[in-house]
Ligand binder design. Structure first.
Ligand code: NAP
Length: 336
């Protein structure tokens, strides 16, 4: 296949990052067109890579020099944009979430099944992080026996802009919802949220921290602390307790400083730097999938499962009870 020509929809923070990434770190691909809500940011983004600006998403989608679409618009537009791109037969990389409702995700799954081919990859970039990949390899290798418990923590310094108790699930925990299911290769059956002692760091109305419990069909239990006002850094932890060993995810290495009778290592302050390498690997993997005609990253079905799980957790936030997770039958397209 010749150079893959890409259209990018939504030129905000991650849209611009992905444009730079494709331009500087992706082999055999080029951004040829961009579109966004306002013309000026779209022009600024287009100038990074010598692309043109299309005022309308439809024009970008149908352009003959656009083979594949990267969707980095706000989450509420993903559903209609992904559906239109499937209809058009184009490959799609859609930032998470695939859609803001499980119903919307299900519509995308149905459209892809009708198309008869996987066209969509969802932006769950942790699947490409070196630490998580090492964990998965160790679990799949079987040396340590079956995974029994997964301890996770997702801590942010503070939320940007308006942030709600539900967003701790849909924007934050959503990454662990996907990654622990991928690590264990097991579906969730139940979900619960508990609210520990409230931090005084949080804005009024936001319940923080939150403790999440998920149980899988094979019985493993995942506990996840989400603390979005921890103040000290961006801190992602994952430890898998197996029958015959405990596997702790390696953290990215940083300079160790010995000074003032202390040994310290700097932490990242946000996700951009913590997962910077994963995004590069993720987009290259998507492009390789297009070349092979077989997309293998997080699928529309994975996007649907994440949304159903998030819904159950939000129900539990309100009910205070353990909520059951019921998934539709997985279509054959997603079984191989
Ligand atoms: P952002 O900075 O607000 O950027 C969104 C951009 O889309 C803005 O330039 C916005 O333009 C434009 N836009 C608005 N309506 C549009 C439409 N209908 N069609 C096309 N473009 C439109 O947001 P962001 O932080 O980049 O996030 C974008 C998406 O990526 C979100 O879904 C988010 O969840 C996801 N994300 C994923 C990760 C990850 O770790 N995988 C990280 C960050 C973000 P205006 O400024 O003119 O409104």
């Amino acid at each position: 296949m010749n150079e893959i020509q890409i259209g990018v929809v939504g030129t905000g923070q991650i849209g611009v990052d992905h444009i730079k990434r494709i331009t500087e770190h992706c082999r055999g691909a080029r951004v040829t067109a961009v579109s966004s809500r306002r013309r000026a940011p779209a022009e600024a983004a287009a100038s990074i890579c010598g692309a043109r600006v299309e005022d309308e998403f439809e024009a970008l989608l149908h352009a003959p020099d656009v083979d594949a679409i990267v969707i980095t618009s706000p989450s509420q537009f993903h559903e209609e944009q992904v559906l239109a791109a499937i209809e058009c037969g184009k490959y799609i990389f859609c930032e998470k979430p695939l859609a803001i409702t499980a119903e919307g995700c299900r519509k995308i799954v149905d459209a892809e099944v009708r198309a008869g081919k996987r066209l969509v990859q969802v932006g769950f970039m942790r699947r490409y992080d070196k630490g998580y990949r090492q964990l998965k390899e160790a679990i799949d290798g079987g040396t340590y026996g079956r995974p029994l418990i997964v301890h996770c923590a997702h801590r942010n310094i503070a939320p940007h802009g308006e942030f709600t108790t539900e967003m701790s699930i849909t924007q934050t925990a959503i990454h662990e919802i996907d990654i622990t299911r991928w690590l264990l290769d097991d579906d969730y059956v139940s979900a619960q949220v508990m609210f520990p002692t409230q931090t005084s760091n949080a804005a009024e109305g936001l319940r923080d921290p939150q403790m999440i419990l998920l149980q899988t069909a094979r019985g493993a239990v995942i506990n996840l602390e989400v603390y979005v006002n921890c103040k000290f850094g961006y801190d992602i932890q994952c430890e898998v307790v197996c029958e015959n060993g405990v596997l702790r995810m390696a953290e990215p290495s940083n300079l160790t400083i010995r000074s003032n009778a202390m040994r310290s290592v700097a932490l990242e302050t946000d996700w951009v730097l913590r997962f910077i390498d994963s995004y590069d690997v993720e987009l290259n993997a998507w492009l390789d999938g297009i070349r092979r005609g077989r997309i293998e990253g997080a699928s529309a079905w994975d996007g649907y499962v994440a949304a159903v799980t998030a819904d159950a957790l939000i129900r539990s936030q309100k009910s205070g009870k353990t909520e059951q997770i019921e998934l539709d039958q997985r279509p054959l397209l997603y079984l191989s």
